[in-house]
Design a protein around this ligand. Structure first.
Ligand code: FAD
Ligand code: MG
Length: 338
């Protein structure tokens, strides 16, 4: 199964005499995805270790799969006691909680029991029975997540509840990685965390990067179009990223906690462009579950946030800030409007 969100068109990049640019390193053992850091100037290689170590720490703290993570600790103590967590984890959980409230549960940080039921991100995903879904439904209540700023603790009121940060923590890792790269004095870089793109500055020649919006048809490669960005994150949620087939039907990994099933919003993908990769990640998932109309309305509440919605009818809807700059690259799709 490929996990590709957005790929980059970086042709025509500047090369310096005597050096091979970009200076890139790849890791395929972090956050369940492939992470590529590409630096478009001369730099010390320690930058890569700093970035990958920071992402590894985020995974150790926020993974729902690692038994010793802070997230696993919160789950183990559900219904019993609050758990104090690191500043990073508390920040991400708080963002996830606020997104759950703002989106009316379209984004739901308490979706863990449902994710586990479907076996999302495991070797053996399966379609659960209606009885199993009903059994976990009351455990998906994000209002039963209690956060205390005083001691940075998280308490899940009911035993069996669990938080899942799969729809936001990769975005947070992108922000942390971008900050480290900037702290090393780098002005031109692209960080690709399994399709979550973080751009540092623009191209070395001062122009914008062009980020390709991945073809969202499952099994196909390539881009349907591209957008110009500089110092922005571009994050996509799509049905093609993780899915499985059962009984002739396809089931993807973005779940609607109201139905207990993969979100059926007649969208193939939503990409969000934002100054913050954390925001782009959480908002794409929320907008995807909300669907085209409600998702567009929801995003209007966020400043400096643009989006590309792709429907199952191959129609592309853009927010006003992208109308003049989006370039279509696949004529099976058509740009329809706002
Ligand atoms: P997004 O739309 O951003 O997120 C979808 C993911 O969020 C789902 O996979 C689910 O986990 C959760 N989710 C589903 N529906 C909702 C909803 N309505 N509201 C909120 N959340 C929802 N993958 C592996 O294969 N193995 C690993 O060990 C692994 N470890 C990871 C550890 C961390 C800390 C993180 C952040 C990710 C990890 N992943 C791992 C990848 C993860 O399982 C998801 O596939 C990935 O984060 C989904 O990102 P996305 O951009 O594709 O989709
Ligand atoms: Mg997301």
């Amino acid at each position: 199964m490929t996990i590709l969100g957005i790929l980059l068109s970086v042709s025509g990049c500047a090369h310096q005499a005597g050096s091979q640019l970009p200076n890139s390193q790849v890791r395929d053992n972090l956050l369940g995805t492939v992470i590529t850091v590409s630096i478009y100037e001369e730099t010390d290689d320690s930058i890569f270790d700093d970035v990958f170590n920071a992402i590894s720490l985020i995974e150790q703290r926020m993974s729902a799969n690692l038994p010793d993570s802070e997230v696993a600790g919160i789950t183990a103590a559900a219904g019993k006691s609050p758990v104090m967590v690191s500043e990073d984890t508390f920040y991400v959980i708080k963002q996830a909680y606020e997104t759950s409230i703002a989106s009316g549960g379209a984004f739901n940080l308490a979706i863990g029991p449902l994710v586990r039921l479907w076996g999302i991100a495991t070797e053996a995903p399966r379609v659960p029975s209606q009885a199993e879904i009903e059994h976990v439904q009351n455990l998906l209540d994000y209002n039963a997540v209690r956060l205390s700023d005083d001691d940075r603790s998280v308490f899940l009121e009911l035993e069996g509840m669990s938080v899942d940060l799969g729809a936001i923590a990769k975005g947070y890792a992108g922000d942390v990685a971008g900050k480290i790269v900037r702290e090393h004095g780098v002005g031109h870089a692209i960080l690709d965390l399994g399709g979550n793109i973080v751009t540092v500055g623009g191209r070395p020649d001062g122009t914008d990067w062009r980020v390709g919006i991945k073809n969202p048809i499952a099994g196909e490669q390539g881009y349907i179009g591209s957008i110009p960005v500089k110092d922005k994150a571009v994050v996509t949620s799509g049905i093609y990223e993780r899915y499985f087939e059962s009984g002739g039907d396809t089931y993807h990994h973005i779940l609607d906690s109201k139905t207990g099933y993969p979100s059926c919003s007649e969208l193939l993908s939503v990409s969000v462009v934002s100054n913050s990769s954390t925001d782009a990640d959480r908002l794409t998932t929320a907008a995807f579950v909300l669907g085209l109309e409600d998702g567009m309305d929801f995003l209007k509440g966020y400043k400096n946030t643009e989006a590309v919605f792709v429907t199952t009818d191959f129609e592309i809807y853009l927010t006003p800030g992208l109308k003049d700059s989006f370039k279509l690259a696949d004529d099976r799709f058509r740009v329809v409007g706002e």
